[in-house]
Ligand binder design. Structure first.
Ligand SMILES: Cc1cc2nc3c(=O)[nH]c(=O)nc-3n(C[C@H](O)[C@H](O)[C@H](O)COP(=O)(O)O)c2cc1C
Length: 176
Protein backbone atom coordinates (compact mmCIF):
# COMPACT_ATOMS: atom_id res chain seq x y z
CA UNK A 1 0.00 0.00 0.00
CA UNK A 2 1.90 3.02 -1.23
CA UNK A 3 -0.93 5.28 -2.37
CA UNK A 4 -1.60 8.73 -0.93
CA UNK A 5 -5.17 9.96 -0.50
CA UNK A 6 -6.12 13.53 0.42
CA UNK A 7 -9.44 14.11 2.21
CA UNK A 8 -11.24 17.13 3.60
CA UNK A 9 -14.22 17.98 5.79
CA UNK A 10 -15.23 21.58 5.42
CA UNK A 11 -18.31 23.75 6.07
CA UNK A 12 -17.27 27.05 4.49
CA UNK A 13 -14.60 25.85 2.04
CA UNK A 14 -11.25 26.82 3.64
CA UNK A 15 -10.15 23.25 4.37
CA UNK A 16 -11.37 22.16 0.93
CA UNK A 17 -9.34 24.93 -0.75
CA UNK A 18 -6.13 23.94 1.07
CA UNK A 19 -6.76 20.26 0.24
CA UNK A 20 -7.34 21.14 -3.42
CA UNK A 21 -4.12 23.15 -3.48
CA UNK A 22 -2.10 20.22 -2.08
CA UNK A 23 -3.79 17.73 -4.44
CA UNK A 24 -2.97 19.94 -7.42
CA UNK A 25 0.58 20.60 -6.21
CA UNK A 26 1.36 16.87 -5.79
CA UNK A 27 -0.97 15.31 -8.38
CA UNK A 28 -2.78 13.24 -5.74
CA UNK A 29 -6.49 12.30 -5.77
CA UNK A 30 -8.78 14.22 -3.45
CA UNK A 31 -12.18 13.51 -1.97
CA UNK A 32 -14.59 14.64 0.69
CA UNK A 33 -13.81 12.53 3.77
CA UNK A 34 -17.15 10.74 3.98
CA UNK A 35 -16.80 9.39 0.39
CA UNK A 36 -13.09 8.55 0.53
CA UNK A 37 -11.82 5.12 -0.44
CA UNK A 38 -8.78 4.17 1.68
CA UNK A 39 -8.44 0.69 0.19
CA UNK A 40 -4.89 1.05 -1.21
CA UNK A 41 -3.80 4.02 0.87
CA UNK A 42 -0.51 3.98 2.73
CA UNK A 43 -0.84 7.65 3.67
CA UNK A 44 -3.98 9.70 4.24
CA UNK A 45 -3.72 13.48 4.51
CA UNK A 46 -6.89 14.86 6.11
CA UNK A 47 -7.80 18.57 6.20
CA UNK A 48 -10.56 19.53 8.65
CA UNK A 49 -12.05 22.77 9.94
CA UNK A 50 -11.91 23.41 13.69
CA UNK A 51 -15.30 23.91 15.32
CA UNK A 52 -15.48 24.49 19.06
CA UNK A 53 -13.28 21.67 20.25
CA UNK A 54 -13.51 19.30 17.30
CA UNK A 55 -11.78 18.82 13.96
CA UNK A 56 -14.30 17.93 11.27
CA UNK A 57 -14.08 14.42 9.88
CA UNK A 58 -11.19 13.33 12.06
CA UNK A 59 -13.00 10.69 14.07
CA UNK A 60 -14.44 9.10 10.95
CA UNK A 61 -11.13 9.13 9.02
CA UNK A 62 -9.05 7.86 11.95
CA UNK A 63 -11.56 5.06 12.46
CA UNK A 64 -11.44 3.88 8.84
CA UNK A 65 -7.78 4.02 7.78
CA UNK A 66 -6.11 0.70 6.95
CA UNK A 67 -3.90 -0.95 9.54
CA UNK A 68 -0.30 0.33 9.18
CA UNK A 69 -1.32 3.37 7.10
CA UNK A 70 0.02 6.77 8.16
CA UNK A 71 -2.22 9.75 8.82
CA UNK A 72 -1.27 13.41 8.40
CA UNK A 73 -3.87 15.62 10.05
CA UNK A 74 -4.19 19.24 8.99
CA UNK A 75 -6.26 21.52 11.22
CA UNK A 76 -7.74 24.65 9.68
CA UNK A 77 -8.84 27.24 12.21
CA UNK A 78 -8.94 30.94 12.92
CA UNK A 79 -6.61 30.94 15.95
CA UNK A 80 -2.94 31.66 15.28
CA UNK A 81 -1.07 28.34 15.68
CA UNK A 82 2.15 30.36 15.91
CA UNK A 83 1.08 31.11 19.50
CA UNK A 84 2.08 28.12 21.56
CA UNK A 85 -1.06 28.23 23.69
CA UNK A 86 -3.25 27.92 20.59
CA UNK A 87 -1.15 25.15 19.03
CA UNK A 88 -1.34 23.19 22.29
CA UNK A 89 -5.12 23.61 22.47
CA UNK A 90 -5.50 22.36 18.87
CA UNK A 91 -3.14 19.44 19.54
CA UNK A 92 -5.33 18.43 22.48
CA UNK A 93 -8.39 18.41 20.21
CA UNK A 94 -6.58 16.26 17.64
CA UNK A 95 -4.72 13.73 19.78
CA UNK A 96 -7.74 12.77 21.87
CA UNK A 97 -9.11 11.01 18.77
CA UNK A 98 -5.92 9.08 18.04
CA UNK A 99 -5.67 5.62 19.62
CA UNK A 100 -2.37 4.81 21.36
CA UNK A 101 -1.39 2.16 18.83
CA UNK A 102 -1.63 4.63 15.96
CA UNK A 103 0.24 7.61 17.38
CA UNK A 104 3.65 6.88 15.82
CA UNK A 105 2.02 6.91 12.37
CA UNK A 106 0.39 10.33 12.85
CA UNK A 107 1.68 13.84 12.16
CA UNK A 108 -0.22 17.06 12.83
CA UNK A 109 -0.04 20.37 10.93
CA UNK A 110 -1.91 23.60 11.62
CA UNK A 111 -3.14 26.10 9.03
CA UNK A 112 -5.22 29.27 9.32
CA UNK A 113 -8.59 29.67 7.62
CA UNK A 114 -11.24 32.35 7.45
CA UNK A 115 -14.36 33.52 9.23
CA UNK A 116 -17.13 34.98 7.11
CA UNK A 117 -19.97 36.18 9.35
CA UNK A 118 -22.32 37.22 6.51
CA UNK A 119 -22.07 33.66 5.08
CA UNK A 120 -22.47 31.89 8.44
CA UNK A 121 -25.41 29.72 9.44
CA UNK A 122 -27.67 31.14 12.13
CA UNK A 123 -26.45 28.44 14.52
CA UNK A 124 -22.78 29.28 13.95
CA UNK A 125 -23.44 33.02 14.27
CA UNK A 126 -25.20 32.35 17.59
CA UNK A 127 -22.22 30.27 18.79
CA UNK A 128 -19.81 33.09 17.89
CA UNK A 129 -22.06 35.60 19.68
CA UNK A 130 -22.00 33.44 22.82
CA UNK A 131 -18.20 33.18 22.55
CA UNK A 132 -17.98 37.00 22.35
CA UNK A 133 -20.25 37.38 25.38
CA UNK A 134 -18.03 34.97 27.30
CA UNK A 135 -14.84 36.82 26.26
CA UNK A 136 -16.36 40.18 27.28
CA UNK A 137 -16.85 38.86 30.80
CA UNK A 138 -13.36 37.42 31.17
CA UNK A 139 -11.01 39.14 33.59
CA UNK A 140 -8.17 39.29 31.08
CA UNK A 141 -8.23 38.87 27.30
CA UNK A 142 -5.64 37.16 25.13
CA UNK A 143 -4.59 38.61 21.78
CA UNK A 144 -6.84 35.97 20.17
CA UNK A 145 -9.82 36.97 22.35
CA UNK A 146 -9.44 40.57 21.29
CA UNK A 147 -9.21 39.56 17.62
CA UNK A 148 -12.50 37.62 17.91
CA UNK A 149 -14.20 40.66 19.49
CA UNK A 150 -12.74 43.18 17.03
CA UNK A 151 -13.71 41.20 13.96
CA UNK A 152 -17.17 40.08 15.09
CA UNK A 153 -19.62 40.43 12.18
CA UNK A 154 -17.04 40.88 9.43
CA UNK A 155 -14.87 38.75 7.14
CA UNK A 156 -11.49 37.71 8.54
CA UNK A 157 -9.24 35.95 6.07
CA UNK A 158 -5.94 34.31 7.10
CA UNK A 159 -5.81 31.88 4.18
CA UNK A 160 -2.24 31.45 2.93
CA UNK A 161 -1.80 28.99 0.03
CA UNK A 162 1.98 28.93 0.61
CA UNK A 163 1.46 27.50 4.09
CA UNK A 164 0.82 24.04 2.59
CA UNK A 165 4.51 23.74 1.62
CA UNK A 166 5.68 21.94 4.81
CA UNK A 167 2.86 19.43 4.27
CA UNK A 168 3.83 18.96 0.61
CA UNK A 169 7.45 18.34 1.66
CA UNK A 170 6.38 15.83 4.32
CA UNK A 171 4.28 13.90 1.77
CA UNK A 172 7.14 13.92 -0.73
CA UNK A 173 9.52 12.63 1.95
CA UNK A 174 7.04 9.86 2.85
CA UNK A 175 6.83 8.81 -0.80
CA UNK A 176 10.61 8.37 -1.16
C1 LIG B 1 -19.05 28.12 15.38
C2 LIG B 1 -17.59 28.19 15.05
C3 LIG B 1 -16.64 27.64 15.92
C4 LIG B 1 -15.27 27.73 15.63
N1 LIG B 1 -14.36 27.21 16.52
C5 LIG B 1 -13.03 27.36 16.27
C6 LIG B 1 -12.07 26.88 17.19
O1 LIG B 1 -12.38 26.27 18.21
N2 LIG B 1 -10.75 27.10 16.92
C7 LIG B 1 -10.33 27.77 15.79
O2 LIG B 1 -9.14 27.97 15.59
N3 LIG B 1 -11.25 28.19 14.87
C8 LIG B 1 -12.57 28.02 15.10
N4 LIG B 1 -13.49 28.46 14.18
C9 LIG B 1 -13.03 29.01 12.91
C10 LIG B 1 -13.05 27.96 11.80
O3 LIG B 1 -12.24 26.86 12.13
C11 LIG B 1 -12.52 28.59 10.51
O4 LIG B 1 -13.50 29.49 10.09
C12 LIG B 1 -12.16 27.59 9.44
O5 LIG B 1 -11.60 28.30 8.34
C13 LIG B 1 -13.39 26.81 9.01
O6 LIG B 1 -13.03 25.79 8.10
P1 LIG B 1 -13.96 25.41 6.85
O7 LIG B 1 -14.12 26.70 6.02
O8 LIG B 1 -13.20 24.40 6.11
O9 LIG B 1 -15.27 24.93 7.38
C14 LIG B 1 -14.84 28.37 14.43
C15 LIG B 1 -15.81 28.89 13.55
C16 LIG B 1 -17.17 28.80 13.85
C17 LIG B 1 -18.17 29.38 12.87
Amino acid sequence: MDGVVITYSSVYGSSRKYAEKLAERLGIPLSEASCADFHDAGLIVHFGGLYAGSLLGLRSVAGRIPEDASLYIVSVGIADPGEERNARAIDDVVWKHIPDGMRDRVRVFHLRGRLDYPAMTVRHRAMMWMLCRWIMHKESRSHEDQMILDTYGSVVDFMDPGSIEPIASAVEAWRQ
